[in-house]
Every structure is written in structure tokens, then in C-alpha cells.
Design a protein around this ligand. Sequence first.
Ligand SMILES: Nc1ncnc2c1ncn2[C@@H]1O[C@H](COP(=O)(O)OP(=O)(O)OP(=O)(O)O)[C@@H](O)[C@H]1O
Ligand SMILES: [Mg+2]
Length: 285
Amino acid sequence: MKRSPSHQNEPVRTGTMVEMSEALGQSEAFLDFQERLSRVAPINRPVLLMGERGTGKELAAARLHFLSKRWQGPMVALNCSALNPALIEAELFGHEKGAFTGADKRREGRFETAEGGTLFLDEIGHIPLEVQEKILRVVEYGTFERVGSSESIEVDVRIIAATNADLVSLAQEGRFMQDLLDRLSFEVLFIPPLRERKEDILLLANHFAARMAFELEREEIPRFSEEAVRALEAYPWPGNVRELKNLVERAVYRADSTMISDIDFNPFSSQPAHQCLNIYTLEKL
Ligand SMILES: Nc1ncnc2c1ncn2[C@@H]1O[C@H](COP(=O)(O)OP(=O)(O)OP(=O)(O)O)[C@@H](O)[C@H]1O
Ligand SMILES: [Mg+2]
């Protein structure tokens, strides 16, 4: 069965809230993923998104939210790897005034902000075990306490979690709660890496190239030479769609004509050694 390209919407972060913009794919692997995603989106249960870095997990989370009955509610995201583990609990559940040093006023957490909507827990493998236990209670009973309070707060929040870690192994090693994993994995969606969906590479490259040309106020839409297309399709894309986007944007910006024939897969390799040293030294300052 031939299916038409999917145009899912892409989330753009504004603070902790997530909004939508555009996303694409036409490979069988991507369309299968999208179909499974659309099917589970309206079901009021947690979903676990798994995939390598840059594959579009956050995009998928936003699609799950906007295709659910909660779409008019908030979509709140928390990147658990960006926070010191000690701060995650207060960030998720909020805290009372004086709960810890520096807590000079009461603050609501992401669960409360997401009331009636979706909470996207990115890199969930980074959450400490004791906080995982508290999350399990919200999933099971819909209640929690702010840090420094014994008052129980009720919330109605759907959890979408994402990871590129092997949670099953982490659970076996006792570093992730098996009970929470069982609850979060009502549906597990694997986003295939870009190298396993080669039909998407050129589609995405053309899309990002056109957007970059528009941003640069170029009059014509750039095209890739045959050689460039071959290079794009042969590359293994360890950073997946994010890497493709950056690389294409750079190629468009550097190109002198609308035909792009030069793809620089490693911008650092073209820097003379002393310039690299300067960048390194500046970053250390
Ligand atoms: N199918 C797609 N179409 C268009 N853009 C996409 C697509 N998939 C991903 N992107 C873009 O690629 C970039 C990375 O996507 P995203 O942040 O959702 O990935 P991720 O899996 O959450 O990455 P990480 O593991 O690093 O958090 C974003 O700029 C996103 O807009
Ligand atoms: Mg992400």
C-alpha cells in the first residue's frame, strides 16, 4: 500500500510549554511509526517514546498531545537530563516556602502546570529512583505532595516519556523502577533512526534547504547535485534529523548558487588547527 507523506506537526518550545509546527516523512518505517502513534494518541494512557538522539521524539510527543482529547489543555515538557537530579523532584512536584535552602516562596511544579493536559518527561532515565516512586503514585492514583508539604494534591495529567537509554536493562540493574516502566509502557513507540529510513533523507533535506533559503531571503529554492544526494544518502547520520537539519542549513548558507554540490559533514575538519585551538581556548574562559 502506497501512503502519502506524513505531515506531522513540530513542537517549538516556549519556556516549558510546547507548540506546533511542521514535520515530514514518507518511508515505510516512519509511516508505520506514525500510524501506531496516531492510534494510541487518543487513549488516555502513558506512552514511552524510544529513539536515538535527534530522531524526533519531542515532535512525536507533541503530536501525541495534539491528537489526544487533551489537545486544548497544556503540553508541558521537562528535560530530565538538563537538571541536577536533586532538583527534579521540586521541579516536577513544586515546593512549599522554606522547603529547602533557597525556597523563598511556594512554587507549583510541572505536574500542576500540566493539569488537564500532557506532561512530557524527556530523558526519563535520568530521574532518581525516589522521584520515580512519586511519579508512579501520580500515574496510579493521580495524587502527590509538594516538596515540604503533606497536603495531597489531585491532578489529571497524561504522561508521555522519552528516552534513548535502554530502560529495560536499567530496570534489570535496579536503576529504574520496574513498576514505573510497566506503567509507562502501555505503548512503546520506537522512532527508527534516519539511516533506516533512507527515503526520508532527501525529502527532509529539501524541506530544510527550502526553509533556510527562505530565511536567508534567497529568491530560488536550492537543489542538491547528484553527488550531494549520494553523499547524503550514504552517510550514517549518528545525530539523525537534527544533524541533517544543521548540515543542510550550513550547506545552503555556504552555497554560492542554487545547486548544492558541497556537503561538509564535519565543520571542524575545515578549520585550520590554530583556529580550533582558539575556539577551544575561548570556551574555557
Ligand atoms: N520528521 C521530521 N520532520 C521535520 N523535522 C524533524 C523531523 N524529525 C525531527 N525533526 C527536527 O529535528 C530536530 C530534532 O528533533 P527532536 O528534538 O524532536 O528530537 P529528539 O529525538 O527529541 O532529540 P534528543 O534525543 O536530542 O532530545 C528538531 O529540530 C526537529 O524539528
Ligand atoms: Mg528531545
